[in-house]
Design a protein around this ligand. Sequence first.
Ligand SMILES: [Fe+2]
Length: 277
Amino acid sequence: MPFSLEELQDLGLVNVNYPENLRKAVERAIASWKSFCYFPREEKKAFLFLEDNHGDGAGYELKEEKGSKKDLKENFHITLYQYERLAAIANQRTLPFLNDAKILLDAMEPLILQFSEKVEKEFHVKGLAEEVKLSKPYWILRYLHYFGDRQEGVEIASPHADKGGFTLHLYESDEGLQYFCITTRQWKAMPVYEKQTVIIPALQLQLRSEGNLKALYHRVVATKETARTGRFSMVCFVTFQKTPMYNKNRYGNVQTHDTGFNYSIPQSEFAKLFLGV
Ligand SMILES: [Fe+2]
């Protein structure tokens, strides 16, 4: 897997070319999600979102945020851990969507493990690859659909770092995803190309790498086009099951911290944000 770990450390992100089978699995999964979004609301809401103790949980959510009716999005989380529960809810036309997600989770495994091995070796994160492997049932495939009818320039996803270990940005239907640069502390475009995934460290990897890798802050801004039409995206959260989780109950949503608060914080301070550290 040719990519530069220097880039990962300095930029906080790395572009990795897809193997052909993975590119196809991504394409199929996103096409299925787009179809799923057109199904009747009741059929979608049947996939009740259930939290579990391994990350965020799984199922369908329709969200109304910040008190604005225009601020709507729908998302679906799929994990292998909850796959059978979701499959039992599915009917003939929704089952292929779940099945494509399962195929994609399997197709991603080699790339995710290679990435973990490389990070383990280069940044001396002992046991990382093994932990990522045993965490596979809890990798979260997150599908998003932001609705249109918004204003150009508004943040449709507020600035945040992800809570898990690392995140693969698999698909973005449009421009508008941005990252907060570690060195210049400015927002920059983060394009996700058809033939590549972009991997970014999240909070647990910053903890495990002793701060050598920073959890990258990112946001989504409505472009002229997506403000009107909405946008689709897909990510995979790789959570670390043996690493302490970010203590959300005590420190609130990651969105409540200052943007980039973690870029220059001492490791001892940063570690306090995690359960049981
Ligand atoms: Fe995110």
